[in-house]
Design a protein around this ligand. Structure first.
Ligand code: URA
Length: 270
């Protein structure tokens, strides 16, 4: 049976990928499976009725695992996006780097007010060195185009982790925790007015939440970073998930319309 993996690549569906697809389906629909835990760092404010996430500085994250302290220190030293890219390129603290052909940093417009964050590079992304260039990326481009957005004009794109996980598996909690200081610095240096988090991995990492994407996509969020205006944050189902479960697409079109309305209200494309 032909199937598409999390990055939209076609492959033959065997029993393992069938059970993985089923697990993904339940995870994407908000059913959490132990031992999934929030990514380690300082406790987040209780945000049940006030969806504001305060990230004061990457230095504030707890550092319970090897490599994260170094990542925090290194990320702080980047003063520009180019410096951050160079630092990440030289960073050996994430085990994903060992098997990945190259680091994937970003694509799109440096001066874009809207920043999109996905999960991790897939095979094509790792070969080409740009995020979202495979089947899921093409669908992401269609989703963005439906509300007047494109990486050629007004969007900047990156991922939660910058190296391809083997066999496109979901990055582990530790891998995400090690890459997180770089991601938060990436956001700080990019200073977008709006973040669009695609998929549960990006949403949980940036919002420091372990809620399912099905719930997170239902409400707008704010991310507060030191020295920046609070950033409007929206969560969407991952395009690879939508390619596998097209029945969920109608919800995403509604989510995109909500984002489009907010972009207009904020005058982000003017
Ligand atoms: N999926 C992602 O989350 N990111 C990519 O870059 C490609 C596929």
């Amino acid at each position: 049976m032909q199937n598409q993996d999390y990055h939209g690549n076609s492959n033959l569906m065997d029993a393992k990928s069938a059970s993985r697809a089923l697990l993904d389906f339940w995870l994407e629909n908000g059913v959490s499976v132990p031992p999934i835990e929030p990514i380690p760092r300082n406790p987040a404010p209780k945000t049940a009725d006030k969806p504001i996430v305060k990230q004061i500085s990457t230095a504030k994250y707890a550092a319970p695992i090897d490599g994260q302290n170094l990542a925090i220190d290194l990320a702080k030293t980047a003063k520009t996006l180019d410096e951050l890219r160079d630092i990440l390129n030289d960073f050996d603290g994430c085990n994903l780097k060992k098997n990945a052909p190259q680091m994937v940093f970003s694509d799109g417009q440096i001066d874009a007010k809207i920043m999109v964050i996905g999960e991790a590079p897939g095979q094509e992304e790792a070969q080409i060195g740009k995020p979202f260039v495979g089947a899921a990326g093409k669908f992401l481009d269609e989703m963005l185009a439906s509300i007047g957005l494109s990486r050629e004009k007004n969007v900047y794109i990156t991922n939660t982790v910058n190296w391809r996980p083997p066999a496109n598996r979901t990055p582990t909690r530790d891998e995400i925790a090690i890459c997180l200081p770089f991601l938060m610095r990436h956001i700080e240096l990019k200073a977008p007015k709006m973040l669009i988090l695609v998929g549960g991995t990006a949403a949980n990492a940036v919002l420091n939440s372990n809620e399912g994407i099905t719930k997170l996509r239902k409400k707008p969020h704010k991310l507060e970073l030191a020295g920046l205006e609070p950033i409007d944050v929206f969560c969407l189902f991952h395009p690879a998930f939508l390619l596998r479960y097209p029945v969920q697409k109608s919800l995403t079109w509604k989510d995109l319309l909500t984002i489009e309305a907010q972009i207009k209200t904020m005058g982000l494309l003017e």
